[in-house]
Design a protein around this ligand. Structure first.
Ligand SMILES: NC(=O)c1ccc[n+]([C@@H]2O[C@H](COP(=O)([O-])OP(=O)(O)OC[C@H]3O[C@@H](n4cnc5c(N)ncnc54)[C@H](O)[C@@H]3O)[C@@H](O)[C@H]2O)c1
Ligand SMILES: CC(=O)[C@H](C)O
Length: 257
């Protein structure tokens, strides 16, 4: 039986890389999408060198045409298309006084636009292939509770939960599920960058910046990209066939009042 095909955006590092490797372990062929071709090519090579079936595609998720082209290219390469993980995102640190039209528009174009174009391209492809599929979106704990200094980022992540619910209701009749994952504080370049900027703004060391986000974690440790990938593995697999419109909080034991 041929392998199922998953496309992961932002797969050149961090959580996206971990998802690509986990879905490979789960038996998927994986298309890795990123703005920087060399980054996704490096991850694809590592996966293929270890017996996987990976293919790298350059695309900017803020560009609707490039997202549609990436889904078409993945389908042409592998011969089918079953799962999309709209993982790519950016996380500017924006105390409210610093928000500019460019930061707002650019962040929403990537974090929200990238998810909307991914949902649109994937659902169109599932209809064309005359079968259902799974759409999985990256939200965040910052899309469940307000984090100081993350107004723009948090707004985009709250929005993804709404888009997940609306499109889940629209697409359910075609056996297409739409869910989101909401990681807590995960040790990746994105999180390091946020912690550094928050610390710099306060004139404090990097460790203080990270502490501002990790002090609420009951387990007392940051999440790892592979912890998030385990949740996406569930959402991409048959055990979640009955679920849609959900935003799963994988918060590393953060306890929200
Ligand atoms: N790290 C965390 O603590 C955390 C927590 C909750 C949610 N998330 C979410 O998980 C996802 C991955 O986060 P991460 O920590 O791995 O981030 P990261 O910055 O380490 O990696 C993100 C990847 O996405 C790519 N990317 C960014 N903009 C793109 C675009 N326009 N087109 C294509 N690729 C693009 C980047 O090049 C990078 O390779 C993001 O959506 C983020 O919001 C992260
Ligand atoms: C701070 C946070 O929740 C991440 C970046 O989504």
């Amino acid at each position: 039986m041929s392998k199922k095909v998953a496309l992961i955006t932002g797969a050149g590092q961090g959580i996206g890389e971990a998802i690509a490797k986990r879905l490979t372990k789960d038996g998927f062929s994986v298309a890795l999408v990123g703005r920087t071709k060399s980054k996704v090519e490096n991850v694809a090579k590592e996966i293929n060198d270890n017996g996987g079936d990976a293919y790298a595609i350059k695309a900017d998720v803020a560009d609707r045409d490039e997202v549609f082209a990436a889904v078409d290219e993945a389908t042409k390469h592998f011969g089918d298309f079953n799962v999309i993980v709209n993982n790519a995102g950016v996380a500017p640190t924006t105390p409210i006084s610093t928000v500019t039209p460019d930061v707002l528009n650019n962040t929403l174009a990537i974090n929200l636009g990238g998810v909307v174009w991914g949902i649109q391209a994937a659902s169109d492809k599932f209809h064309e292939l005359n079968h259902g599929g799974k759409i999985i979106n990256a939200s965040s704990q910052a899309g469940q509770v307000g984090n100081p200094n993350l107004t723009v980022y948090g707004a985009s992540k709250f929005a993804i939960r709404g888009v997940t619910q609306t499109t889940a209701r629209e697409l359910a009749k075609d056996n297409i599920t739409v869910n989101a994952y909401c990681p807590g504080i995960v040790k990746t370049p994105m999180m390091d960058d946020i912690a550094k900027k928050v610390a710099d703004n306060a004139g404090k060391p990097f460790e203080w910046g990270m502490e501002q986000f990790s002090k609420d974690i009951a387990l007392g440790r940051l999440s790892r990209p592979e912890d998030v990938a385990a949740c996406v593995s569930y959402l991409a697999g048959p055990d979640s066939d009955y679920m849609t419109g959900q935003s799963l909080l994988i918060d590393g034991g953060m306890v929200f009042s």
